[in-house]
Design a protein around this ligand. Sequence first.
Ligand code: PMP
Length: 351
Amino acid sequence: MSRFLSGALSGLTPYTPGEQPQDQNYVKLNTNESPYPPSPGVLAALNEREGAALRLYSDPTARELKAALARRYGVEPDNVYVGNGSDEALNFAFLAYATDGRGAAFADITYGFYPVFCDLYHIPTRIVPLRADFTLDPGDYHGLGRTIVIANPNAPTGLALSRDQVEGIVRTNPDSVVIIDEAYVDFGGESCVPLTRTYPNLLVVQTYSKSRSMAGARLGYAIGDAALIRDLETVKFSTNPYNVNRLTLRAGVAALAEQSYYDGNCEKIMETRAYTTRELEKLGFTVLPSRANFIFAKKDGVDGGALYRGLKERGVLVRHFDKERIRDYNRITIGTREQMDIFLEKVKELL
Ligand code: PMP
């Protein structure tokens, strides 16, 4: 750090994204991207005319995309915020709601960006440990009276709460915002978007990065009461009004017209997830029951870090978190059947 960095930032440990090797030589199962390309309409939308239009700023109101997302989810356009990845929507939500002095609460094992936002904004944090089996006890969150953030399905465990369980948390915290991060919901989770019509304190965040094959386009969105969306817009118009670029706005609309293509991909990924789980269990692994496009697995007597490194040497990238409680595990993104067969073959070699 330079000697000019403000004291307020000096203790900050930034988020560490998964490795993004720029050669294509790895079977890349480490950052939960889709193994399938975006739909044909998305590729067609990124044409020469759109390229030429890059001289113009993007629509800061994202009118067309908000209208299309509203139709898709059965809400009104003013119930939709669109952002530069769901990371940005989460960032703005932490800033908007958790800096009120009461702070934020989230699990000990969950998305690693939440504690970074808290550090960044000096938000007091209540860490709520998951049970020994990594399930979340909804009762731990009843009446907490502070901003609550839950990834559902959770990362890196893949375990999910039902909509009813989330509703109990939202209902018992009427004076706090409950943020449900549904980055992985399309792989078998139960979305809480329908609850946003009833509860003005519920914000649901989703992304195009996983089920819609557009991690590189950086597009996320939040759905909630119009007043919550206005708060996020206030932060956006105070930082970066053109937060989503023109090509990504186009691609986002085009993807919604081809829902069945993405539904088909999710089906394939869920089948491949079941296959990979079965094969790992045959090899003696414990695999948590996942509702996401990744699995979280360990084998007794096998060091998680050593397995990660061994796989990397053999050209397969997975994600290992050197963190208490989960050091024995690896998080493995579900790719194509062919990719998973290579992964399984390398695991067998290493065992
Ligand atoms: N939430 C969770 C739980 C995630 O795992 C990720 C992916 N790193 C994100 C949000 C952010 O995704 P993006 O910014 O690509 O939408």
